[in-house]
Design a protein around this ligand. Structure first.
Ligand SMILES: Nc1ncnc2c1ncn2[C@@H]1O[C@H](COP(=O)(O)OP(=O)(O)OP(=O)(O)O)[C@@H](O)[C@H]1O
Length: 245
């Protein structure tokens, strides 16, 4: 369970998140929607404790992130295959297995967890290749494996579909659903409404640093033809393609 209450984050004096509250419940896939620059990634970084808010509170299963002794065991985070600020990204000259082993040792985990997560993300056959040789989709899978390594009860993914082929997208769909069905709180930032419709339980819409909707997907779509129509009627995206602030 991840709760944000009245969270404000400022960069250079500008509020990127402005009194944001949201709740990601156990056993649910919660999708974060919002145009480019709306504040989704900042919200995810704040929710897992990478960014400390200037005001408001963050709770992961009732605890403030800085009070959690082993954060990776409480919340798994994958902010994108090449994201700056990702937790301990892989060294290109290391193999996928070596990267995960290093994380396992750092986290006091058994080596069998490495084998388990490599299988779970479909990298068992590529585990002994150097990460430099991995495709974007494979790096996504490795990042997801790292997040899953300590088997955390909460998970955060920032646009995890990027770079995955159709098999990968179908695999990820099943994986995410399974992670939530096992009782975890799973939060995903996404622009892919088809994936949200197929797998989502709850949606949180971020607009210009504010949360403008936080409710079950079915309630959000009710009275509209589909998710896209419901979304457009709420935030009316610009046609310029520019950032949302
Ligand atoms: N470290 C930073 N320093 C200064 N400004 C930042 C920083 N990180 C993000 N921002 C700004 O905060 C705003 C929100 O960015 P954020 O990456 O959270 O948006 P987003 O909704 O995830 O966008 P996208 O869909 O493009 O990934 C943007 O205006 C961005 O330029």
């Amino acid at each position: 369970m991840i709760d944000l209450s009245e969270v404000t984050v400022r960069y250079n004096g500008t509020a990127v998140l402005d009194r944001v509250s949201m709740h990601a419940r156990d056993g649910r896939l919660t999708y974060l929607l919002g145009r480019n620059g709306a504040g989704k990634s900042t919200l995810l970084r704040t929710a897992c404790g990478i960014v400390r808010p200037g005001a408001g509170s963050v709770r992961i299963d009732g605890e403030a992130p800085r009070r959690i002794a082993r954060p990776a065991a409480a919340i798994g985070v994958h902010l994108g295959a090449d994201a700056a600020g990702s937790a301990a990204g892989p060294h290109p000259s290391h193999t996928g297995r070596r990267h995960l082993r290093w994380l396992a040792v750092a986290g006091g985990l058994d080596d069998t967890r490495v084998t388990t997560v490599l299988r779970r993300v479909g990298l068992a056959d590529a585990a002994d290749r150097r990460v430099a040789e991995y495709s974007l989709g494979m790096r996504q899978r490795l990042g997801i494996a790292a997040a899953l390594l300590p088997d955390p009860p909460n998970l955060i993914f920032d646009e995890p579909v990027n770079g995955l082929d159709i098999d990968g997208i179908r695999w990820l769909r099943t994986l995410l659903r399974g992670l939530a069905d096992d009782g975890r709180a799973v939060v995903i930032a996404s622009h892919l409404f088809d994936e949200v419709t197929r797998t989502g339980d709850d949606v949180v819409v971020v607009e210009r640093g504010r949360v403008v909707a936080d409710l079950p997907l079915a309630d959000f779509v009710a009275g509209h033809d589909d998710l896209e129509t419901a979304y457009v009627s709420l935030i009316r995206p610009t046609t310029s393609g520019g950032e949302g602030r």
